[in-house]
Design a protein around this ligand. Structure first.
Ligand code: UTP
Length: 410
């Protein structure tokens, strides 16, 4: 454990001496706890505050990338289904649910998966996802191992909820939870915020660290023992999410690609989704705000949008590749958020507007670490109903409508 002197030196280096501003007022255990937090914080993420000003300058040359379209897939569906089901039956495919986010836009104070999207009956987001996965389990006649990433902030609530609901009928032994890492949060002045006099404000460090967090949690041996080769990573908030989809798994295996990403055709050139494309010849995702007007509106010879295929946070990665790249650093994104904090007079504030930055790595940046990635087109009205906001676009309202269109009773 570091001493007070060590802590002072670290904080001075990063201009964060205010963290010890109330040290003398703390009890002995609180003092030790704060020193331990200072020891654990990765202060180097703060360097990204300056680099962020030039966030796009490190991007390479973008080129469009075509997809396995809905028509292509339909022509080969029997082959893909058989290959995918075979992978599932032989235990080579597992699913990873990314549920460590804080869901600030939804404004629900529990883990997002605990949100009840039902109207006349209870239907939780976690339950929707398990129901979707159960369809595959029934078709394959085999349980799909399910790994669930939580964060320190929502782990206990999440695990207790699954227990209380008896895993919504899923096989408890096929489910493993693991906790992701945290990163400090800062105000606009670059000073780390405090939650109280002895606690540094921190938040989950983005969904990009999922595999390294799995490794740190000791789950690599579990993956190896089970002979798992493919991991289907997906977001908690898409209630129409098709998980461990045999056709998707089969298509990626048959394509010989190292990875795959489910995509939807963009609704219009200005839709705010990241697009799967090539960057310096390698698969990559260009964010909507990184695209020039020319890229957004560029058409193919057939008159289709050239940058057409938007990602929906559903990827298939090969574990051998993941093991190779686990030590490589991902870009750190600096994201503006509302961050509760203690002000100088010691009062706790829950801001109504964004007041600072969080640091996140993103799973979409892992696509650029792959030598190949198959964009796999799906029908958005059947597979894409994200719950990000209470109302409006990508909301509880729009997701309810889409669930009903797909025959789910609410
Ligand atoms: P979002 O980008 O929507 O972030 O996450 P969020 O934190 O859930 O929501 P907002 O932006 O505060 O409203 C996309 C997916 O990545 C997971 C989320 O749980 C969701 O499934 N995620 C996000 C993590 O697992 N960890 C993180 O640190 C961030």
């Amino acid at each position: 454990m570091i001493t007070l002197n060590d802590a002072q030196m670290i904080l001075e280096k990063y201009g964060q001496q205010h963290i010890l501003g109330h040290f003398a007022e703390l009890s002995e255990p609180e003092k030790l706890d704060l020193l331990q937090q200072i020891e654990r914080v990765d202060f180097s993420v703060l360097d990204n505050l300056d680099k962020e000003k030039n966030a796009n300058s490190h991007r390479g040359q973008f080129r469009p990338l075509g997809a396995a379209t809905i028509d292509d897939i339909s022509r080969k569906k029997d082959l893909f289904r058989e290959t995918g089901l075979q992978a599932i039956r032989s235990g080579k495919a597992a699913a990873v649910l990314l549920a460590g986010g804080q869901g600030t836009r939804l404004g629900f104070d529990k883990p997002k998966g605990m949100f009840n999207i039902g109207v006349n009956r209870e239907l939780y987001i976690f339950e929707c996802l398990i129901n979707n996965l159960m369809k595959v389990v029934k078709e394959a006649g085999a349980w799909v191992p399910l790994y669930i990433m939580t964060s320190e902030k929502n782990h206990n609530d999440t695990t207790a909820f699954f227990e209380e609901k008896d895993y919504f009928g899923y096989d408890k032994d096929s489910v493993r939870f693991f906790i992701q890492d945290m990163a400090p949060s800062v105000g606009y002045d670059g000073k780390i915020l405090m939650e109280d006099k002895g606690r540094i404000s921190s938040s989950p460090n983005g969904n990009g660290g999922w595999f390294s967090s799995m490794v740190r949690a000791g789950l690599l041996s579990d993956l190896r023992d089970k002979g798992i080769e493919w991991l289907n990573v997906f977001a908690v908030d898409n209630v129409l999410q098709q998980i461990a989809d045999p056709l998707f798994i089969g298509a990626v295996i048959e394509s010989g690609c190292e990875s795959g990403g489910k995509v939807v055709s963009k609704a219009d050139p200005d839709e705010r989704v990241g697009v799967l494309c090539l960057e310096d010849g390698m698969p990559s995702i260009v964010e909507y705000y990184e695209m020039t007007e020319e890229m957004r509106t560029l058409l193919t010879d057939e008159g289709e949008l050239a940058y057409k295929y938007g990602v929906i946070l559903n990827y298939l990665f090969n574990i051998h590749k993941l093991e190779q790249i686990v030590g490589e650093k991902l870009p750190v994104h600096v994201v503006e958020k509302k961050i509760p904090y203690m002000d100088e007079s010691g009062q706790f504030i829950s801001p109504e507007e964004p007041n600072g930055y969080k640091f996140e790595t993103l799973v979409l940046d892992m696509v650029h670490q792959q030598s190949s990635c198959l964009p796999y087109e799906v029908d958005r009205s059947k597979e894409f109903a994200p719950v990000k906001n209470p109302t409006g676009v990508d909301s509880v309202e729009s997701a309810r409508e889409l669930l009903q269109q797909n025959g789910v009773e609410l």
